[in-house]
Write a protein that binds this ligand. Structure first.
Ligand code: FER
Length: 289
């Protein structure tokens, strides 16, 4: 019996997985609730000099439980939406709780998460008309700030792995568009790219992925998710359609919901579980409706 039990267990899990029974499509209840009995990561505010903007800029950084400067970590850059700033995820998405819980359950790789302000302009506060043209342009300018200022700063100040395979970018809405634009536009820098409910700033598919062959070779994981009741769904849909037509493996994950943090928290939960691990593109279909 001693020998048979593990065999039966692995068979059950194997078959369960085959039929999708063990496949978790929604974060389980409590995934975003603080647990008192587990070790926690830490959130700090950092300030980095930006040549792009000409000022010092703020970002939040999450270091995982058991963080040590003697280890080396992969990094996820996690971006906010049009009405947010570097604190939006923290204020509305409990990313540190979601990640702490996943660590406690052994479901994610230790990683550093950087939450910058994606509105790269001198006054980068989310006040006044957040849709104003100069503010929208600042979301595009952030590509330079990220690549030339923030990433070099993080790589100088923190013990991080600098290879593209250890760098991920994900974001919600306007930050989802940024993640797809900057990630797919800089495949020499990012192997993991995710857009949650990506906004109209998402470049047209042909511009986003001009060379499907290169994307196929370089991407570890491209994740596109959106709520089925989101008015911006068409931007995810058209990207997905193009990727199918051009045979670029990706996860397309439409879940019940609108343009809100329920969807984005679930996106962070699901995407972070896959990050910096072996991925099997033959399982991507499971995320489809
Ligand atoms: C738009 C509608 C929504 C738009 C941006 C958004 C740039 C972004 C929403 C968000 O970040 O939540 O027309 O234009």
């Amino acid at each position: 019996m001693k020998k048979i039990a593990p065999l039966l267990l692995s068979l059950t899990i194997g078959f369960g997985d085959l039929f999708g029974q063990d496949f978790e499509k929604q974060a389980p209840e409590g995934f975003d609730i603080v647990r008192s009995d587990i070790s926690k990561g830490k959130i700090d505010t950092i300030s980095y000099p930006s040549k792009t903007v000409g000022v010092k800029r703020r970002a939040l950084i999450y270091t995982p439980p058991s963080y040590s400067e003697n280890k080396k970590y992969p990094v996820l850059y996690l971006l906010h939406g049009i009405g947010g700033d570097e604190k939006e995820w923290l204020n509305h998405g409990s990313p540190q709780v979601i990640l702490d819980n996943l660590y406690a359950d052994g479901k994610i790789e230790p990683m550093i998460v950087v939450m910058p302000n994606g509105r790269a302009m001198k006054d980068d506060r989310a006040i006044g008309n957040v849709m104003a043209l100069d503010k929208q342009e600042a979301f595009a300018t952030f590509e330079k700030d990220l690549l030339n200022d923030l990433i070099p700063f993080i790589e100088k100040e923190y013990p991080v792995l600098k290879d593209r395979e250890y760098r991920a970018i994900a974001g919600l809405s306007m930050g989802g568009g940024q993640s797809l634009n900057f990630g797919l536009g800089n495949l020499n820098m990012f192997a993991w790219v995710a857009g949650f409910s990506s906004a109209p700033n998402t470049k047209e598919p042909e511009v986003l992925v001009p060379d499907p062959q290169v994307a196929r070779e370089k991407l570890k994981l491209l994740w596109i998710s959106c709520g089925d009741e989101d008015n911006l769904l068409r931007f995810s849909e058209r990207t997905h359609q193009y990727l199918v037509e051009n045979d670029v493996p990706h996860i397309y994950y439409i879940e019940p919901g609108g343009h809100d943090f329920k969807v984005w928290k679930n996106g962070l939960f699901m995407f972070s579980k896959l990050l910096f691990k072996q991925v099997d593109p033959s399982t991507f279909y499971k995320y489809r409706l």
